[in-house]
Design a protein around this ligand. Structure first.
Ligand code: MRU
Length: 367
């Protein structure tokens, strides 16, 4: 009798905690992909900070999860038995981690959850007990992200018919989250449903998250993938090869304006010019309802060398002036729908954002 062999889908596990509150954090070093699948071990908060800063761990939800675990590492000091010392150290560690990267609000959202967990136990529990509770909260954030990504995939996949050509930018996949992604979750789920998609991947200048990470993840899962340079998107759309665009987001303001990797805004403009729906897939933890519009989203500025010396070779004249914003903001007017774990926000209006985001029970926003 013929035996059906299920296709084995490799599971990317970019973030792992090993052990109890004295344990360690293991991260896939994303700077080494696609050539090497190498892990790094974080035994102190400084290593986590550096990993976030240098994009060894990156993508909004993944940064939040890593930072939440980073707090536990920062509290692994023998001398933290006095509540005041513990509180001071917690404040110091959360502030320090919050300075690693400015744009993805999930970082501050996760740190706020950790701080709130500590605040709820302050005065009634020992420092040792609070430390365990903070690790458990980090694990909860991590676990919840898995569920959230699958829910986003279920809602998003309904927008993608069999045979659709889709375009994505940067990496909003398993590597950027707990394991299944946001934008890529919609593709993975469509694939699970038996739909064939053809995914165009922007290489994503200057750090090539598209070609190094997204193309790698899609190839790992056997999804039909074509890599293009960012500047080719208009031509690919003009040739009728793309019927939908799906990207992730790093911070979404209360009016629906969405910050994502630099280059996303241009793709949205192109999509609108070609009548192609542009979707943003993001968990409700990526919304920042304290911001009126995307104009208030802090945009990370990164080193000139990322542009002048990308990947080991100087490609610009010495001393040339460089502008390197790592993110841009796509106006809500260019977004057909935002795909969240709670369902679609469509049309993207302030009222619809508030309705869907406020549905979520523990929706603590950051400052
Ligand atoms: O600078 P990066 O690589 O952290 O930028 C990541 C992105 O822009 C992603 O699209 C975003 O964080 C969504 S991740 C699910």
């Amino acid at each position: 009798m013929d035996r059906q062999v299920a296709a084995v889908k490799p599971k990317v596990e970019p973030i792992r905690w090993v052990g109890d509150a004295d344990g360690k954090l293991i991260l896939i070093d994303q700077t080494q992909l696609p050539l090497e699948l190498r892990e790094i071990e974080c035994r102190d908060v400084e290593t986590v900070w550096e990993a976030i800063r240098s994009l060894r761990v990156r993508g909004a939800p993944a940064i939040g999860i890593a930072a939440a675990y980073g707090v536990t590492l920062g509290l692994q000091l023998p001398a933290l038995e006095e509540p005041r010392d513990f509180e001071d150290r917690l404040r110091q560690v959360t502030q320090y981690l919050g300075e690693s990267r400015p744009t993805a609000v999930n970082l501050f959202w996760a740190l706020n959850r950790i701080k709130q967990t500590a605040a709820a136990l302050r005065g009634s529990e020992s420092c040792a007990t609070i430390r365990v509770a903070l690790l458990e909260e980090a694990q909860k954030i991590h676990h919840e992200d898995r569920e959230i990504c699958h829910a986003i995939g279920r809602f998003g996949s309904e927008l993608l018919e069999d045979g659709t050509g889709v375009l994505t930018h940067c990496n909003a996949g398993g590597l950027a989250t707990s394991e299944y992604g946001t934008a890529l979750s919609t593709f993975f789920t469509a694939q699970d449903q038996g739909k064939q998609l053809h995914v165009f991947v922007d290489e994503t200048r200057p750090l090539l998250q598209g070609s190094r990470l997204t193309a790698w993840e899609l190839a790992q899962r056997g999804i039909d993938t074509t890599l293009i340079c960012d500047s080719m998107a208009a031509q690919v759309m003009r040739e009728g090869k793309v019927q939908a665009v799906v990207t992730g987001a790093d911070r979404i303001a209360s009016n629906g304006d969405a910050a994502n990797k630099i280059g996303t805004y241009s793709i949205a403009v192109l999509a609108q010019a070609h009548g192609i729906p542009f979707y943003v897939a993001a968990p409700t933890s990526t919304f920042d309802l304290t911001l009126e519009s995307g104009n208030e989203i802090p945009i990370e500025q990164r080193a000139a060398r990322e542009i002048t010396h990308g990947f080991g070779r100087q490609t610009a004249p010495t001393g040339i002036s460089v502008y390197n914003p790592a993110f841009d903001v796509t106006p809500a007017s260019h977004i057909r729908a935002i795909i969240t774990e709670r369902g679609l926000i469509e049309p993207v209006t302030r009222e619809n954002v508030a309705r869907v985001v406020r549905m979520s029970s523990e929706n603590e926003r950051s400052s």
